[in-house]
Design a protein around this ligand. Structure first.
Ligand code: TRP
Length: 354
């Protein structure tokens, strides 16, 4: 991505952050996850805590589960429903409180939002779709040989996810910037072409997350389910201890905070710091000659303590599948009401009302 585009995105994100504090009700947050598995502590520190904070500030929040999007790069679809419900459990256990203002739903359940895809596709060229850097990266890293059309068009579908409810804030990392730029482009082109006097769609911005890249327990790549280097919110305390025992450190006994030269040890110290809010250097000093063993013990205790209330809530929610379905159906109903309204405005703008 061009540097000036990135700088502009950072600027927009900063301004947005200020205004969210002053006028939370003026905005709408839209976030989503693909239901490919349970959430891990990378999600927890990277995005979940932020979503909880925004929703508690009173910003209307839509959390969508991108079940259609899973089909673009995953052959397996046997667990989509199960994964969807596990995501809801993770969200609520982490502190999301479903209400009139905070809703959770699968995007496949909102036909009127999906219908926006047809006019939106006509506003974007093939060339624009095929140069999306995030899509290119995903195709490459997943080693997909036969790329389906859904893979190239899912960012347009994502624009439908965001614009059907006129979402103007998407809290996300850098990788989502090309998608949100596309959403803005579609909104602008739609407004200019069909309703210049009465624009329907807002300008959406990314609220860039501040948390550093959380590495997996192998210490050299991003924490992720597919890389087998994650601690899941749903892991037990014993499982957490076992996973951390296997975490990579280095040969030097004395623990110091040196992200440059000791990335694995630094990552474990970062994780402790995220739980205890102590400075990494101070934590390192305490551990010192206690070495990797004490480092891992400290981390295990910190994570287990941080997640204890969440895991307790999680276990209760697991026992109440009817409640989880109710949350999804309530969310779906509210999302559909917004989608029906927006589709009606869109039909009017396109002169298609009969
Ligand atoms: N593309 C996002 C991901 O891969 C998921 C997603 C779908 C999303 N629709 C969205 C994120 C709308 C934010 C807003 O994680």
């Amino acid at each position: 991505m061009a540097n000036d585009t990135y700088t502009a995105a950072v600027e927009r994100s900063k301004k947005l952050e200020e205004d969210l504090k002053l006028n939370p009700k003026k905005h709408r947050v839209l976030t989503g996850d693909r239901p490919t598995g349970r959430l891990h502590i990378g999600h927890y520190f990277g995005s979940l805590q932020n979503r909880v904070k925004l929703s508690k500030m009173g910003v209307p929040t839509c959390i969508l589960i991108a079940d259609y999007q899973v089909l673009t790069d995953h052959d397996a679809f046997d667990k989509i429903s199960q994964n969807t419900k596990q995501l809801v459990i993770d969200y609520i256990a982490a502190g999301i409180e479903p209400s009139d203002n905070v809703i959770i739903y699968p995007h496949s359940y909102i036909p009127e939002a999906n219908q926006l895809l047809i006019p939106f596709l006509t506003l974007i060229s093939n060339a624009e779709l095929s140069r999306n850097p995030t899509v290119k990266e995903e195709i490459q890293s997943a080693g997909i040989k036969n790329v389906n059309a859904g893979m190239y068009t899912y960012p347009v579908h994502q624009a439908c996810d965001i614009l059907f409810c006129k979402g103007d804030v998407v809290p996300a990392g850098k990788d989502q910037l090309p998608h949100i730029e596309l959403t803005r482009l579609i909104a602008r082109r739609f407004n200019e072409k069909f309703c210049p006097k009465n624009p329907i769609f807002p300008e959406t911005s990314v609220l860039l997350s501040k948390t550093p890249h959380i590495l997996g327990l192998d210490g050299n790549q991003k924490m992720s389910k597919s890389r087998n280097n994650a601690i899941f919110l749903s892991n037990t305390e014993d499982e957490t201890a076992k996973l951390i025992k296997k975490a990579k450190t280095d040969a030097e006994r004395n623990i110091t905070y040196d992200p440059e030269n000791r990335p694995e040890v630094a990552n474990l110290l970062d994780l402790i710091s995220l739980c205890t809010h102590e400075d990494q250097r101070v934590i390192a000093q305490h551990i010192g000659e206690g070495g990797g063993g004490l480092l891992k013990k400290t981390l295990t205790e910190a994570i287990n303590e941080e997640l204890r209330p969440l895991r307790k809530k999680r276990a209760e929610l697991e026992k109440d599948p009817e409640y989880i379905r109710k949350v999804l159906f309530d969310g779906t109903e509210k999302a559909r009401a917004m989608a029906i309204q927006t589709l009606d405005e869109v039909r009017t703008a396109m002169n298609m009302k009969i």
